[in-house]
Design a protein around this ligand. Sequence first.
Ligand SMILES: Cc1cc2nc3c(=O)[nH]c(=O)nc-3n(C[C@H](O)[C@H](O)[C@H](O)COP(=O)(O)OP(=O)(O)OC[C@H]3O[C@@H](n4cnc5c(N)ncnc54)[C@H](O)[C@@H]3O)c2cc1C
Length: 394
Amino acid sequence: MKKVAVLGGGPAGAFAAEQLASAGVETVVFDEKLAWEKPCGGGLTYKAYRQYPFLIQNDTPKKLITETVLAAPGAGAVSLRLTEPLLIYSRFDLNRMLLERAERAGARIEKARVLGMERHGDRWYLRTNNGTLDTDFCIVATGARNPLRDVGTQLTADDAMAALGYYVPGQQEQVDIQFLPRLEGYIWVFPRCGHLSVGICGKGEPASSLRKRLEDYMREKGLSAKGASFYSHLLPSLETAAWKKNRVAGEGWLAVGDAAGLVDPITGEGLYYAMRSADLAAKALLSEIGTLTDKLQAYRRMLRRDFAADLEFGSRLAKRIFLGKFLFGTVPSRMVEFTRRSPRFSAIIQDLFAGTQPYIGLKRRLMRNLNGSLYEILMGMGLSRLLPGRSPVR
Ligand SMILES: Cc1cc2nc3c(=O)[nH]c(=O)nc-3n(C[C@H](O)[C@H](O)[C@H](O)COP(=O)(O)OP(=O)(O)OC[C@H]3O[C@@H](n4cnc5c(N)ncnc54)[C@H](O)[C@@H]3O)c2cc1C
């Protein structure tokens, strides 16, 4: 493979281009906007910068957040100290940093919209608004609104969340997460450099109704939508069945990031998976193994082993987490109460926020800690007599 075209220069496309160009592959990136303020919270977890330390070790402006406040109806709010901070970037800055890295590694970056792709023999002919280009291989990184219908994941309405919000002038030091009644989703307030990104994501509910929920919340919190710019986008949130038949590669192409549906179906985290899938894609393409078909098979296997199996498992938990009941209350409200009263439970939630607690294994860890957590909760409520002489199981 001599020449690779990367369609889309967001985090997935830019990072794939950097890896390939560094290995000496002729790489061209097409993006219709280049660096832009893509609608996004811009939050990067510890998992992301532990894997790719340059994400924290750089001069690009970003906020380091060490406190998250979780709130749920009927349970009030609880503050969670993050032992590993959350990084928050503006997407313009993050995208620019990643595109510059790709360019420094030797990739050619072209501001152009890809209008179509045709395959003749074993080559692609790409049509852009600047002309045509032929290439050996295409990496599809066009995001959740991928306009190229024959490549990438096939998102249905059931496999996506609406996500919308406002960039509000203002400052605060903590991240706020608010769960809402009967919503498979949540509201967030992310402090960024110079403003707040206030947004909501939700599945199975029209955008107009999500917007109303968000504006009600903002009014209650004294966050004015007046003069704040509005944003909305799509967030892949694959159902379990869709994970099983997810179209991530085909003849002469593979897809990365949102264009491959690689987003956490519970938290909506997509930036790490965009970069990780780009990294795995480059590793598969650059590997010495067999034919191109073998490399694509290797990419599918690497994705599954690295994180896709875990996200698929997460898709089975999503409804239970947002809409389920536990001990006569909703799961989100119990989560807030348990976090408030049990240091053990709080540590589990911290790890979920840092991205270091996989969904596979979560139930086992919760069960292992259940006795201890309940002990801590009853002690905290002054009800230790209900556990006479018992010390928590470790
Ligand atoms: C409201 C919202 C909040 C979010 N908050 C977070 C968060 O806090 N943390 C987190 O980890 N994730 C978050 N996400 C998810 C995250 O934004 C995505 O997972 C991430 O942007 C995926 O990166 P990507 O490179 O795959 O796609 P994108 O960032 O969407 O990049 C795709 C690129 O392709 C270009 N493009 C598209 N079509 C064409 C074409 N035909 N020709 C040329 N160029 C094209 C676009 O211009 C764009 O630059 C959020 C998503 C939403 C919608």
